[in-house]
Ligand binder design. Structure first.
Ligand SMILES: Cc1cc2nc3c(=O)[nH]c(=O)nc-3n(C[C@H](O)[C@H](O)[C@H](O)COP(=O)(O)O)c2cc1C
Length: 212
């Protein structure tokens, strides 16, 4: 039963149309997965956001989620008493933010053939908030960040997040100047489109599981 019918009993045709629209809408979070000073992640995530929004996908909202806005302690680290309340608030804000999305696009660095420690730690704080949701990856590195993608696939499997096949893989050598100024080649757009199509169709398909 939809929101209006729960409130008022029977819903009118107009209300049913609004309910259907709300039920079909998707919210996709683009997670900036590095907190490093001067990180490349930010430029890459902004590119992804612009690219996604320009598609004008019907009833799909894209938003950036910046890990740097959440000062998450290492999971389980004992904190001085005066920091505990603030830290608990940050952890709650992070989990609640992640809970608002139907799908995620993780913009991930590759550190030592894996995703970055900050993103791994942040993912350790969530579980039910992300179950039955969908993820895609945008990486960058000497080999396009693919080893970070594969590493994230293992982590997300445990969190019951369905990750789509197609990913965007920028080269630190050819898509950046001096490995720091982002100048992406046009050909990545084909993969970005395919990845978004897959994320949207899987997010819709998984919706009944999330609404249970
Ligand atoms: C400790 C460390 C390990 C790294 N390991 C890899 C690696 O295994 N593969 C790779 O392609 N790049 C590696 N790099 C390069 C990073 O991918 C590159 O610095 C990237 O810009 C990091 O993302 P960020 O700028 O968004 O933090 C490494 C960098 C650091 C600092």
């Amino acid at each position: 039963m939809g929101f209006f019918s729960k409130l008022f009993g029977k819903s009118t045709t107009e209300e049913k149309a609004v309910e259907k629209k709300v039920e079909e809408s998707l919210k996709i979070g683009i997670v900036i997965g590095s907190v490093r000073q001067d990180r490349n992640a930010e430029a890459v995530a902004n590119w992804m956001l612009d690219f996604a929004r320009k598609r004008n996908d019907s009833q799909v909202e894209y938003e950036l989620v910046d890990l740097a806005n959440y000062d998450l302690p290492m999971l389980g680290l004992p904190l001085p008493e005066e920091q505990q309340e603030e830290s608990a608030k940050t952890i709650k804000a992070w989990s609640e933010k992640m809970a608002t999305y139907d799908a995620y696009i993780f913009v991930t660095p590759e550190y030592n053939h894996a995703t970055g420690g900050a993103l791994k730690n942040a993912l350790d704080y969530v579980n039910p908030e992300v179950n039955n949701k969908v993820a895609g990856f945008v990486g960058y590195g000497s080999l396009g960040g693919v080893r970070a993608h594969e590493n994230l696939r293992l982590i997300l499997g445990e969190l019951q997040v369905a990750d789509v096949r197609t990913a965007v893989t920028f080269s630190l050598m050819t898509d950046f100047e001096n490995m720091s100024e982002f100048k992406p080649a046009d050909y990545h757009e084909a993969n970005a489109n395919e990845m978004l199509d897959q994320i949207i169709s899987w997010s819709k398909a998984f919706k009944p599981l999330r609404d249970k």
